[in-house]
Design a binder for this molecule. Sequence first.
Ligand code: SF4
Length: 231
Amino acid sequence: MTETTRCRQCGTCCRNGGPALNQDDLALVRQGYIRHDQLLTIRQGEMGHNPATGRLEPVPVELLKIRGQGKGGGWTCLFFAEESNGCTIYAHRPTTCRILECWQPEALLATIYHNTLRRADLINANDPILAEIARHEQACPGQEFTGLLADTNQNSLARLSEMVRADLAIRGEVAQKIGLSLEIEFFLFGRPLFKQLTGSGIEYVEENGGIRLQRATSPRPPVGEGSKDMA
Ligand code: SF4
């Protein structure tokens, strides 16, 4: 068996999830190679895949990741073209993709969660949408949400319900005010909280035009798996 010592452009890394951007990628967004609606925000404290441990864990800092393809749960990076087995923005690919050497990933793993790009880096400081993002963060902080998912206390369920409703209400209000595509919503507010319930043992029921949470009655996959379908 031949040992890998160079990139063979097999596309495996591009099928394992879009990369998180760091500060060195700011110019790629400013110059339009990567658009806001091609990004997904993983808010601080929400569950995300940690490449160093291979597990889904609460992320310690806000991350902006390139979205995955399709609606059915694919992880493959939005910029990966299956037909040519290549990157459609290769000359302008993010830093993570340039650093990664899958046969010796240590250099990349050392950069995880460092120098990351955040929403505020990509939005004009005078843009009123920043106040909406701050309001959303205050109403449903990622860290508290993740903590409550693992808490079986009945009060936790009530607080979770409150956060899930607040998340939906703020998205709805902002969409009504300025008009939002679903893709821009993923950038501004991250994954809807009710979508992140999958695998937590809590399920939502649509009722009277709203959402009610309850303990799941059937066995679920491990916590956090649900985040894949939005990535
Ligand atoms: S940006 Fe290009 S190189 Fe990087 S993961 Fe996506 S398809 Fe692959």
